[in-house]
Write a protein that binds this ligand. Structure first.
Ligand code: SAH
Length: 493
């Protein structure tokens, strides 16, 4: 019989495993405890926060024996902040955990055999330096109890802001930029957005940096032209805008300052309307893809430059992105003759590397600004064999498949390779269905969520494919997230 705990009970427990949210898992009297902030290998006193029949949630109250896998986190806010879940865990152990996470999901959710996965799975590609790797940060703006303006990060699973201008995963310049913005808002009594009331001006601050070029972008998300901000001039989205711009432009690397207007009562951070108020509408970054195979690879050491606008997706970890893309290209196995689709293509990064080693590539992406970026990136890199469609992959692909029968675009109906890189929710069923009908010889699935990856691979494999290779890449050190690339091949080829 399980002993039933209740809220606030203190339990001594040995932590034996790591849960999906990075929490420590241990057993006490046959009862499973999920202990926030406990590290695998710790013996802890845990305080129960929520008790269920067979298991309970708890948080670390007192560390009795320190795990050999415990390490000193750099950030003082790592326990409250919802951004990092694994900072107290040794980085090597983080990688082991992520390798297991992908493997377990493929087995548990995908229904693949452990022996099959172990045969195809290569070791995870880790980071050399798991701090200061992020090129993008989105800070909510709010007020503290005394009414001071603060920026920071949401505490886990809440919209409470933990005030902080320093994140050790992000670029060092972010701190100075946030300080300038906070000072400006305080000085001119500029209001912050109140989520509950839907009132107030400044909602979020987005900062991006091109790590190879040093170019910095700041985008301030505002709630339209708030009536309270009576002093706004016609062309001003923020009071005393030119003073703010003069301060921001003093930051080395500042390239683009823009305003995003978001009047919706929503969790979506960015509004669709963007106005560049200083400098360029985009920043640039260079991606260098290395030769991951020893020979016969057409894209050896290739470098491409990408323009990135505020609304476009761009991989957040540029160092690991080079490894991720190199791997995706290796799995695509191009000879120069292939015709391909790159679904969920963003600003066309993967598409353009593929295009350099293939005959023709078609990219599909839902965000129209990203497609504009993709087309201009093709032009500026001198690539003429990449084409882009703006729209949902699950609509564009089936429509193309129907319409192109018998016409000159027939080749793209049955491409050699399809690359997909969907957001966390994975591919839509209609998209997977059409992919199976198109019968590409190979599919390269790039995924940022191994649970939906496993679900989609099951559908594709039931449609006639088998897994050939799989490899995780750590794009998000200190968090529980992990990227993975899988190559599947048609069984009859
Ligand atoms: N391959 C790109 C982008 C990957 S992120 C890169 O490496 O940079 C996933 C992308 O899918 C985002 O750009 C997002 O805007 C886009 N997206 C989301 N849902 C989509 C859909 N239903 N159809 C097409 N693109 C979608």
């Amino acid at each position: 019989m399980c002993q039933h705990y209740k809220k606030n009970d203190i339990v001594t427990v040995t932590i034996e495993d790591i849960g999906t949210d990075g929490e420590g898992i241990g057993k006490a009297d046959g009862y499973t405890l999920f202990v926030k902030d406990a590290v695998v290998g710790d013996v802890v006193e845990a305080r129960i926060t929520k008790a269920k029949k067979q298991y309970a949630y708890a948080r670390l109250e007192k560390l009795l024996t320190t795990s050999p896998f415990r390490t000193k986190p750099r950030c003082p806010h790592h326990r409250q902040c919802g951004g990092c879940q694994l900072q107290a865990l040794d980085y090597k152990k983080q990688l082991e955990y992520k390798q297991q996470k992908v493997r377990n999901n493929l087995i548990r959710i995908g229904g693949f055999k452990g022996t099959e996965i172990d045969r195809v799975m290569e070791p995870i590609i880790g980071m050399e330096e798991p701090y200061r790797y992020r090129n993008k940060a989105q800070y909510p703006v709010g007020t503290d109890r005394e009414g001071h303006i603060v920026t920071g990060f949401y505490a886990g699973r809440t919209h409470t802001i933990i005030p902080s201008t320093e994140c050790y995963l992000g670029a060092e310049e972010n701190k100075k930029i946030l300080e300038i913005l906070i000072k400006h808002m305080e000085k001119h009594h500029i209001s912050v957005y109140d989520e509950a009331a839907g009132k107030g001006l400044v909602r979020h601050i987005l900062i991006r940096k091109g790590f190879t070029t040093g170019e910095i972008m700041v985008c301030v998300v505002v709630n339209g032209e708030s009536e309270k901000e009576g002093s706004i001039h016609k062309e001003e989205y923020i009071p005393y805008q030119s003073e703010l711009l003069s301060d921001l432009s003093g930051i080395i690397g500042m390239t683009s300052v823009s305003i995003s207007i978001n009047t919706e009562k929503t969790n979506v951070i960015m509004g669709k309307e963007i106005h560049t108020i200083w400098g360029s509408p985009v920043i640039h970054d260079v991606i260098h893809v290395r030769d991951m195979r020893r020979e016969g690879y057409p894209c050896t050491g290739q470098e491409l430059t990408f323009a990135i606008s505020p609304l476009s997706f761009y991989q957040v970890n540029p160092v690991q992105t080079e490894k991720l893309y190199s791997l995706a290209l290796e799995y695509a196995g191009l000879t120069g003759r292939e015709v391909l689709w790159d679904l969920y293509c963003g600003i066309g990064t993967i598409s353009l590397f593929l295009a350099s080693g293939a005959r023709q590539v078609c990219g599909v992406e839902i965000v129209p600004q990203a497609i504009e970026d993709a087309r201009s990136n093709a032009r500026s890199n001198g690539i003429v064999n990449a084409f882009f469609y703006a729209g949902k992959a699950e609509e564009i692909l089936p429509a193309y498949y129907e319409k192109s029968q018998g016409n000159e675009q027939e080749e793209l109906r049955h491409p050699d390779v399809i690359v997909v890189d969907p957001p966390r929710k994975g591919c839509d069923a209609a998209c997977l269905d059409t992919i199976i009908q198109m019968k590409p010889g190979r599919i390269v699935y790039v995924s940022c969520d191994s649970a939906t990856l496993a679900r989609d691979l099951r559908i594709l494999c039931d449609g006639g494919y088998e897994i050939k290779k799989a490899r995780a890449v750590d794009q998000f050190g200190h968090t529980v997230h992990v990227e993975a690339v899988v190559l599947i091949q048609r069984k009859d080829t």
